[in-house]
Design a protein around this ligand. Structure first.
Ligand code: TXA
Ligand code: MG
Length: 355
């Protein structure tokens, strides 16, 4: 299949014919990748089971992993859900459109092919203007997982999508780099307690400010355990994995840089190609290895923004091992550390430990 790539940088500049063509592809059961404020999504008609199957095929994704249905306005929520619980209403008011996905009891029109067989449906209203326009023009909710090959880091530029999806989908809308860089926060509002299933840019602190106490699904706190079934089925897969072995190093800054430098020298002595993930604050502390700066600790949104791109860059450079500094788990740090620890297969070491 030839994948058509179109460019839309400014919403005021949108050639309606091109966006109309994208909407038409969606309506006819085809696949279009588009930018959202979090990561690029791979879109298909959420109400068409055959279209959902194509998403799984293009991504190489297990079909028990449900998809998020994207809507453009509140009126589009009602037909998809059996009920809008009070907490869902309040969170929608506070954070939609934006990087928040909510899990509701589903209505009959949402096919099990979209929800991975579940009786609930995950819904998000993106704030990205092009995404919003595309959904409105399509006239159907758009199921959109991140537009990466399953297991690879999520795409934050159209080039990342091109690497993974060229030849497999009808169209890529290049809207430039995304803003946030990590996927949306997911909360389950279908039960008696609001539960966080995946941390994102709408932080725990922000959720609790709006609805009071929020539970955290135990599955997002650490490595998968045989007896703990994640409520978001996708969280059980080793997502975001770079090809190299990634190790996170925790501790006081001076200890961390020293430890990483020692490990880099050891791996290099073994003949390996080694990468380092550092921050603006520490970039001068690493004399050796292939060093990439992920952002500034003072502005953690820069770290979220660059995270997946840095992991992909190390894939392209074909490094064998990556050592990364680690981050605080407060606010946006919870999402950053969730993605990084998963990418590392939960391999973390303390800087003070003896090797
Ligand atoms: O930011 C995002 O959410 C991006 C952009 C494109 O909108 N999309 C995204 O989709 O990250 P995906 O498919 O990569 O991740 C969706 C996650 C999976 O972990 C899946 O298991 C969970 O949402 N999910 C979907 N439906 C669910 C449901 N009914 N109950 C619980 N978890 C659900
Ligand atoms: Mg994904």
């Amino acid at each position: 299949m030839d994948t058509k790539r179109i460019q839309i940088n400014d919403i005021n500049d949108i050639h309606n014919e091109e966006l109309m063509e994208a909407a038409q592809i969606i309506r006819e059961g085809g696949l279009v990748a588009f930018r959202t404020e979090t990561v690029y999504g791979l879109g298909a008609n959420a109400l068409n089971e055959e279209a959902a199957k194509k998403i799984y095929a293009a991504k190489g994704r297990p079909s028990d992993n449900p998809l998020i249905a994207h809507i453009s306005c509140m009126e589009e929520l009602t037909p998809l859900v059996a009920e809008i619980p009070e907490a869902g209403r309040r969170l929608a008011e506070a954070y939609w459109p934006g990087p928040l996905t909510m899990v509701f009891p589903k209505s009959a029109i949402v096919p099990y092919g979209t929800t991975g067989g579940l009786d609930t449906v995950a819904v998000r209203m993106p704030s990205d203007p092009v995404a919003n326009r595309l959904i409105a023009l399509a006239g159907v909710p758009i199921a959109a997982p991140s537009a990466n090959t399953s297991g690879r880091p999520s795409p934050t530029t159209a080039d990342h999508v091109w690497q993974d999806m060229n030849g497999k989908i009808e169209m890529i809308i290049d809207g430039g780099p995304v803003g946030i860089g990590v996927e949306s926060t997911i909360v389950d509002v279908s039960g008696p307690v609001v539960t966080l299933l995946r941390p994102g840019a709408v932080t725990m602190e922000m959720l609790e400010e709006t609805v009071g106490h929020v539970e955290i699904d135990p599955a997002i706190q650490g490595p998968p355990k045989a007896d703990v079934k994640p409520k978001a089925p996708g969280m059980k897969y080793r997502h975001y994995a770079p090809k190299a072995d990634l190790t996170l190093v925790e501790g006081m800054t001076a200890d961390v840089t020293e430890k990483i430098n020692r490990l880099v020298r050891e791996r290099q002595a073994e003949g390996l190609k080694v990468g380092v993930i550092c921050t603006e604050e520490t970039r001068d502390a690493y004399p050796a290895g292939i060093v990439r700066c992920i952002g500034s600790r003072k502005h953690e949104e820069t770290i979220a923004h660059n995270l997946f791109a840095v992991l992909r860059e190390f894939d392209d450079l074909q490094v064998d091992a990556i050592y990364s500094e680690s981050f605080s788990r407060d606010h946006l740090g919870q999402a950053i550390m969730n993605r990084l620890t998963k990418a590392a297969g939960y391999h973390m070491i303390q800087a003070q430990d003896q090797v």
